[in-house]
Ligand binder design. Structure first.
Ligand code: IZC
Ligand code: ZN
Length: 409
């Protein structure tokens, strides 16, 4: 063994490789006085104290809580500039979609991302990843969508690839050319959709730079009919599908996502009962973004109803320069407990196993089980509930990624 974590007060982890819902969403394994053994970056022992175990290196966890590394299953990691210049408008009550309609919002980040060099984008995203890691995130999904032209979309996706190759955090890469209608196609949306489907989707797929295809199915952005068409074409090429659905207006995004076979539907603040039922039936994972809801001051998604209906719930940061300039998953985890009324165990599953499944990584990360990657957190906490009771501090004490200690406070 390379590394042995000893003196773990409480080990808390979901189990399995597939997403959990209903009663199973909060059905986690708890081991008191536990140990974790690591070899070649993988977990080789997870269980009660066994004084017969030994390793080259030992980490005394001093009776604290240990969980799997967090999986941030929805971020817009790579972007130029910020949008603090729009913050005053937002405080004056101008709605998110109105800022976009006026050519700001996503389109203002598109402008800044087109202007940025690949190196600038890379360095900025690298810094964000370092910060995420220090807050316990060990796997990150990263969407393009601030180019809205092939060249800039590929620039963003190449940054994803370089980060995946060089940074210790794992990256799941998503093509989101359908994030908004770019200014130059303002009055020719059908032409932009044709460009997306006929040129961008196949060209990006051929580079191998994206595994998933996502779309912003929203009032004033892409209609459910347009979304259905674009995602169906993406599926034919081999992309796995995601959709931003029913974030702001209830337009049937959840139903559309279930119908086209999306792996995930994300946001879902305004998802209808029918949409929730359709997702449960199709096995679509709900990726909820509580920090965004807080930031744009909207009602909270109906997580309890989703869980009850049999929809697996994941929770992510939605890190982006507009509606969620926050990359600390602990914020959303706290809000999930306090506002969605999810239990600490349900939120743990939502930010580890279900999040791993949301990025098609359920077989390699998201739980502490033999054979999975040794992505492990030691928290400055004596039990799981304490994480959710405290608020505003980074409670991560030690981050282990691929079996290597990255941060140790
Ligand atoms: O840049 O505003 N909701 N896309 C859909 C976003 C938020 C990101 C942004
Ligand atoms: Zn998003």
């Amino acid at each position: 063994m390379d590394l042995l974590l000893t003196n773990i007060g409480v080990l808390a982890t979901p189990e399995g490789t597939t997403p959990r819902t209903g009663d199973k969403q909060g059905d986690i394994r708890i081991v008191k006085d536990a140990m974790v053994g690591i070899k070649d970056g993988k977990l080789v022992y997870v269980g009660p104290r066994d004084n017969g175990l030994s390793a080259k290196e030992t980490l005394d966890c001093q009776g604290k809580l240990v969980t799997p590394g967090l999986v941030d299953s929805h971020t817009h990691l790579v972007f130029g500039g910020w949008r603090d210049q729009e913050f005053g408008m937002k405080l004056d009550g101008v709605p998110y979609l109105d800022i976009l309609r006026q050519g700001g919002g996503i389109l203002s980040t598109v402008k800044q991302t087109r202007e940025a060099t690949e190196e600038e984008l890379y360095e900025k995203a690298w810094k964000a990843l370092d910060e995420m890691l220090a807050h316990g995130t060990t796997t990150v999904e990263a969407k393009s969508g601030y180019g809205l032209d092939l060249e800039t979309e590929l620039k963003q996706l190449r940054v994803n690839k370089r980060l995946a190759d060089n940074h210790v955090v794992d990256i799941a890469s998503t093509f989101m050319g359908a994030h908004a209608i770019p200014k130059e196609y303002e009055n020719h949306r059908e032409e932009f959709i044709r460009l997306l489907v006929e040129e961008m989707l196949p060209a990006v797929w051929e580079t191998g730079l994206a595994e998933f295809c996502d779309i912003f199915c929203e009032d004033a952005v892409f209609t459910p009919e347009e979304s259905r068409y674009i995602l169906t074409e993406a599926r034919k090429l081999g992309y796995k599908l995601k959709a931003h659905a029913d974030e702001i207006e209830p337009i049937g995004g959840a139903e559309m996502a279930a119908e086209v076979g999306c792996l995930t539907a994300e946001h879902l603040i305004m998802a209808s009962d029918h949409g929730i039922q359709a997702m449960a039936k199709a096995g679509t994972i709900a990726v909820l973004l509580p920090a965004t809801t807080f930031y744009i001051d909207k009602p909270y998604a109906r997580a309890r109803e989703m869980i009850q209906a049999g929809v697996p719930v994941a929770v992510a940061s939605d890190f982006n320069p507009g509606s969620s300039p926050n990359l600390n998953m602990q914020v959303g985890m706290n809000i999930s407990c306090l506002k969605y009324k999810m239990t600490p165990a349900e939120v743990l599953t939502a930010s580890t196993l279900n999040a791993a499944a949301a990025v098609n990584r359920g077989d390699s990360v998201g739980t502490l089980e033999l054979g999975k990657k040794a992505d492990v957190l030691v928290w400055d906490a004596h039990d799981l509930a304490y994480l959710f009771y405290r608020f505003g501090s980074n409670l991560v004490e030690t981050v282990i990624k691929n079996g290597i200690i990255q941060h140790n406070k």
